[in-house]
Design a protein. Structure first.
Length: 385
């Protein structure tokens, strides 16, 4: 009987392996974090202490005040609420939202969604990007300066291709025009130094190994907002949040930030190997900025290859990789990110590493990749074209 190949996770973006300290924190907090933190009894006070401690730790890690941290059920909920709340607070200034053409789908959907009590969707102003996925900073500034802009959005880095965006220039442009800036840092916190200058920031604990069940939204006190929910209290996210998940997220982020620089250097060296390997595969294009990028992500596209077939072939060989597409394969829609960049939108694979990825894992992947691509091309009858 043929022995199955070892399993190797190379799809860690937004789903990193659970950090050991996050697991320990989650389990330990179950004893005191189960009660409703709004209650005045001893059980409620203990739960409240855990929740407050998590928020204080997250605030310190992100460089904000504790009262500016709001905990969401997940990263998408944090993005949706942040966009809608700021749009609502500035509804008299206009309804236009400026964002790059490569922004995350969750941002784009929230930007176009009607505000509560209104049937009119916002005007989404797409800003073009270069072939490496970097937004045109001058075009972004010009769009922000247009009258009627309620909000500008800019990711810290693109989680699909790894390109870091010109956030400092965007901050300056937004400040000059009096437009609040929401930064999606879901792909960068724990991998790059935390950005500054923004008015709101969304972060994804699942990306730094905290597990599911919580998202982070930081909103500066200076930012005018209006609740996006039909609640009569001041809750940003009605129904509360999992206290064990929040506590685990805070503990994991402290641990990850402590080892960030060394881990980023290690992962970047491994990704450089994957990039070099992919360039040796015939008719394959490595996309994204080759220098100013996330240290743990690379996407490449192979001509004459069906992306889903290649992901499946690599899975058969023991490698769990992601599709470069921001959409599910069942939609048969190409990635809006790759389309905006003007690069190949089919036959793409995203490799993303976490703290558990070893040099041997990457070496085995690089040894298998050329043959995996050739196998898929043979099956499609296109090898040698």
């Amino acid at each position: 009987m043929t022995e199955s190949p070892p399993r190797t996770l190379l799809d860690a973006s937004g789903n990193a392996s659970l950090h050991p300290l996050a697991r320990e924190a989650y389990v330990r907090s179950l004893a005191d974090g189960w009660a409703d933190p709004r209650r005045l009894h001893a059980e409620g006070r203990r739960a409240r202490a855990l929740l407050d401690g998590a928020r204080e730790s997250l605030a310190a890690s992100l460089g904000v005040r504790t009262q500016e941290i709001h905990l969401a059920p997940n990263h998408v909920a944090a993005i949706h609420t942040g966009v809608l709340a700021i749009r609502g607070g500035r509804r008299r200034r206009g309804q236009a939202v400026v964002l790059p053409a490569v922004e995350r789908a969750a941002v784009r959907h929230a930007a176009a969604h009607p505000l509560p009590g209104s049937d009119a969707p916002a005007t989404v102003v797409d800003v073009p990007v270069r072939a490496d996925g970097r937004v045109d900073a001058q075009a972004f500034a010009d769009a922000v300066a247009t009258p009627g802009v309620a909000l500008a959005c800019l990711q810290h880095a693109n989680g699909e291709v790894g390109t870091v965006q010109p956030l400092e220039q965007a901050v300056e442009a937004c400040a000059a025009s009096g437009v609040p800036l929401l930064c999606d840092a879901g792909a960068t916190i724990g991998h790059l130094p935390a950005p500054g200058g923004w008015d709101a920031l969304a972060a994804d604990p699942a990306d730094w190994g905290a597990g599911p069940g919580v998202g982070v939204l930081a909103v500066r006190a200076r930012t005018r907002t209006r609740s996006a929910w039909p609640e009569d209290d001041e809750a940003w996210f009605p129904g509360g949040v999992s206290i064990p998940a929040a506590f685990a997220a805070a503990v994991a982020l402290e641990a990850v930030l402590g080892e960030r620089a060394a881990e980023a250097a290690r992962q970047q060296a491994l990704i450089d190997q994957v990039r070099a390997c992919a360039t040796t595969v015939p008719d394959t294009q490595v996309v994204g900025d080759p220098v100013t990028r996330l240290p743990h992500v690379v996407t490449f596209s192979c001509l004459y290859v069906d992306g889903e077939a290649l992901v499946t072939e690599l899975d058969r060989r023991g490698f769990a990789v992601g599709s470069g597409s921001a959409c599910t394969s069942s939609t048969l829609e190409p990635s809006h990110v790759l389309a905006a960049m003007g690069v190949l939108t089919h036959g793409n694979v995203r490799v993303s590493l976490d703290r558990t990825t070893t040099a041997d894992d990457v070496a085995r992947f690089c040894a298998e990749l050329p043959d995996a691509v050739a196998t898929v091309r043979d099956a499609l009858g296109v090898n040698g074209l």
